[in-house]
Design a protein around this ligand. Structure first.
Ligand code: NG1
Ligand code: MG
Length: 520
């Protein structure tokens, strides 16, 4: 990331022209409140946005590529920093613009530099603490033991709805880490380092997540979706949607079904992570001679691999399915999909005993390996469905990308057929999420069918699911119809606040990723 950009010129690069005036007011209010609160001006603002995932659901933690985009809603942190007053510690004062909902906090971090986080308590400041912890670890690694962090004063404002599936958490953690790095003189901030630390940091407060949200929040460029890859290394590249007729819009619709990963995580999300890891080990055992070591810690970012990818492409010895260099990624995935269908014959799932037997280990070993870090309550593990979802979803991402990068419609006056192909892939994702991965819910299913009937090419849940948000690929001339249909057939019967009604359905354009803005 290049150095901070001046505030005034910076805002026009982030927000759409029609939102600019309101956003300038919001930023100015934040800075004025900062001055009022702390008695001096902020020196910079760290910003990171939320995201919506276009395609590639629940495959980031299996290290398959995904295609999200940043949205305009964001977390902004006004910051000032000064050399620590106490030579053996440093102090943080943090407040939220919406103080009534998010109370202020003040804490010191001692000489050992340990930032305590109590993940069992719901506290908005935890997200800052996790970004702080990650940034400090990185800075200490880069600068050695002599590094002494500054005192910091912070005022935060977030516009990403909390718990709404648009990654308010990744926006806040990434903006926090960026703020801490900048406050301690890191200039420029390396986007890859920032993303990697935000991914690891967020695990301290949430679930055992993949890295899609943080990548989208940090790396995105305005006007482009982001193709994010996790293996063999984290990388991201912007991908533009080609011009189409009719023009394409993304609509994001809330279900207002709350999916609180911190409450239901042990049941839902973390169980999926465990099921994917077990499916990978199961397939690995089938593909390799007995006694072949299961891959451990093969994932990026120094944490354990939870998914499939490395199992086959880096570790499988001599099997038909091992990556032959001549196979394209699509061909590899097609083979894996066929293998999963042929291997996992039990629709009803597998018991611990059955999985242990297939792996040639005891149930105690199985539990120690897969279930000791994360609480798991399931009796049966639906390995067939999870594996089929992951491989087919990874394929859909590649197909979607191919469509975007090699559009077949050049010169056509009407690209409806092309648009519909993109939409069909999103619809298949929704079917797979509903039936195979079981991460949808009746409300999300309903929203998708209402939107499709009103003219959306493609409609699906976005993010973890089990509630939260949906994303729709809609021709520009049908945006009003889709909105009206959702209002009439879904939201009308609900009791919503004015704010909720406002943000229930929005048109989102690919937005700008993390950056720093100089105040003076
Ligand atoms: P949400 O719940 O929408 O923030 C989660 C994970 C992602 C990804 C998606 C499913 C976190 C922070 N993020 O997104 O990494 O796995 O689910 O595709 O938990
Ligand atoms: Mg989140």
């Amino acid at each position: 990331m290049s150095g901070p950009v001046p505030l005034a010129s910076g805002l026009a690069d982030i927000y759409e022209p029609q939102a600019l005036a309101a956003q300038a007011t919001r930023w100015n209010k934040l800075l004025a409140r900062f001055q009022e609160k702390y008695g001096h001006a902020a020196s910079f603002v760290a910003r990171s946005p939320g995201r919506v995932n276009i395609i590639g659901e629940h495959i980031d933690y299996s290290l398959y590529s995904v295609l999200p985009m940043a949205i305009a809603a964001d977390a902004i942190l006004a910051v000032s920093a000064a050399p620590a007053a106490d030579p053996s510690s440093f102090r943080v004062r943090i407040a939220n613009y919406h103080e009534d909902r998010f109370p202020s906090a003040e804490f010191s971090v001692g000489a050992d530099g340990t930032v305590d986080i109590d993940a069992t308590k719901h506290d908005w400041v935890n997200y800052f603490r996790s970004g702080l912890r990650g940034a400090l670890e990185l800075l200490r690694k880069k600068r050695g033991d002599a590094f002494h962090p500054c005192d910091m004063e912070i005022l935060m404002d977030g516009t990403v709805p909390v718990g709404g599936g648009l990654s308010s958490s990744a926006a806040f953690v990434s903006a926090s880490a960026l703020a801490v790095m900048a406050a301690n003189g890191e200039d420029p901030v390396d986007k890859k380092e920032l993303t990697e630390l935000a991914i690891v940091s967020e695990r301290a407060v949430g679930v055992n997540s993949g890295g899609m949200d943080q990548s989208a929040s940090v790396f995105s460029e305005q006007g482009s979706a982001l193709y994010v890859s996790f293996a063999p290394d984290l990388s991201a590249r912007p991908v533009k949607f080609p011009p189409t007729r009719p023009e394409l819009c993304f609509m994001v619709a809330q279900s207002f079904v709350t999916s609180n990963k911190q409450v239901s995580g042990p049941i839902h999300y973390n169980l999926r992570v465990v099921e994917c890891s077990m499916a990978a080990a199961f397939l690995h055992a089938k593909l390799n001679p007995p006694g072949t070591e299961l891959p451990t810690d093969a994932g990026p970012l120094g944490v354990s691999l939870h998914g499939f990818h490395d199992t086959f492409f880096y570790h499988s010895g001599g099997s038909d399915y091992a990556a032959a260099p001549s196979l394209s990624k699509e061909e590899e995935l097609e083979k894996l999909l066929a293998l999963a269908r042929e291997t996992f014959t039990q629709e009803e799932g597998y018991t611990r005993e059955e999985v242990a037997a297939a792996l040639g280990v005891s149930v105690a070993d199985l539990e120690a390996r897969f279930m000791s870090k994360l609480p798991v309550r399931a009796e049966r593990f639906r390995l067939r469905q999870r594996a089929v979802h992951v491989f087919s979803e990874a394929l859909r991402v590649l197909r979607f990308l191919t469509l975007l990068e090699r559009p077949v419609h050049t010169g056509a006056s009407d690209t409806s057929a092309y648009n519909a192909q993109l939409g069909a892939l999103m619809n298949e994702t929704q079917d797979s999420c509903r039936d195979a991965y079981e991460c949808s819910c009746p409300e999300l299913d309903r929203i998708c069918s209402i939107a499709r009937a009103a003219g959306a090419y493609g409609s699906r849940l976005t993010g973890a699911g089990w509630g939260g948000c949906s994303v729709h690929l809609v021709p520009a001339d049908k945006v009003a119809d889709v909105k009206a249909a959702l209002e009439r057939e879904y939201y009308a019967g609900m009791e919503l606040t004015e704010e909720q009604r406002q943000e229930a359905v929005v048109v989102s354009r690919p937005g700008q990723g993390s950056a720093l803005y100089k105040v003076a």
